[in-house]
Design a binder for this molecule. Structure first.
Ligand code: SF4
Length: 259
């Protein structure tokens, strides 16, 4: 079986070959202010006070607050997934992260290790981070649900709703300037939408003042390497916004494709 490392190397080579074949970059990336997401059956999930900015914690440092949060929730049994898990996977990374990445839920390896995105999809996410000019420890990575759904099924609406206060709290503590939803479950939960990834990506949404981006889950890229071009477009869109507002990273390496 092909290892993930070999697969990601192959994908990198694929990018380089496409670049050589097709010359100049032909991406057209317009930044469109996020239109209001449609309220749907998934709506309950991540609703904070309407139009509120994310509240800034006042008394403790973000690091202390995050440690306190982890201690308070490490034994959470708010939904049935608590009974199924080996370890809870609350999240990892910097309490001061400017960017918070949100997947759907822990997989088998994450459940075993208690850390998010440490399996095959995690290797892909780390490649994505590198390409965007980030390292893992400067961002924060978590999931919509913190316990592994059996058989890696998608979490259901009740489980997402039960776990929503934990993600809300993490966002309130870390106060990321940017949120990056990885996959449909995270995007639908955060943006209160039932639209497809195709409809939600390539736009800048807003979640209580945090600019919010949507792209495919890294696991989807393991199944279909052609999605990398769309993910690359989303990474570029993020960097356009990040560079305009913060601008502390070297330029993102350009890759080229034929539209
Ligand atoms: S998935 Fe979330 S709400 Fe459910 S038990 Fe785990 S931490 Fe608690």
């Amino acid at each position: 079986m092909t290892s993930v490392s070999a697969l990601t190397d192959h994908i990198e080579q694929y990018f380089e070959q496409q670049s050589e074949l097709y010359g100049k970059d032909t991406f057209l990336l317009g930044i469109q202010p996020g239109k209001p997401a449609t309220a749907t059956a998934l709506a309950p999930v991540l609703e904070m006070k309407e139009n509120s900015e994310i509240d800034k914690p006042k008394d403790l440092s973000q690091k202390a607050l995050l440690e306190q949060f982890n201690a308070e929730h490490k034994n959470c049994m708010r939904c049935g997934l608590g009974k199924e898990r080996t370890q809870i996977v609350l999240g990892s990374g910097s309490a001061f992260a400017k960017v918070l990445f949100i997947g759907e839920g822990p997989g088998r390896e994450e459940d075993a290790k208690g850390l998010p995105f440490v399996g095959d999809a995690g290797q892909i996410l780390e490649r994505m981070l590198k390409r965007m000019g980030f390292i893992r420890k400067e961002v924060y990575i978590t999931n919509v649900v913190k316990c592994r759904p059996p058989g890696n099924r998608n979490p259901n609406d009740d489980e997402i709703a039960a776990c929503a206060p934990l993600l809300q709290k993490q966002i309130q503590i870390i106060q990321p300037r940017y949120l990056f939803c990885l996959g449909k479950v995270a995007a639908n939960a955060l943006l209160r939408s039932d639209e497809t990834i195709k409809a939600l990506r390539s736009k800048v949404h807003s979640y209580h003042g945090a600019k919010t981006f949507v792209t495919y889950h890294p696991a989807a890229l393991l199944r279909d390497q052609n999605l990398f071009w769309e993910v690359y477009e989303d990474m570029k869109l993020f960097r356009q916004v990040y560079d305009a507002e913060i601008g502390d990273k070297p330029p993102m390496v350009e890759m080229n494709r034929k539209n």
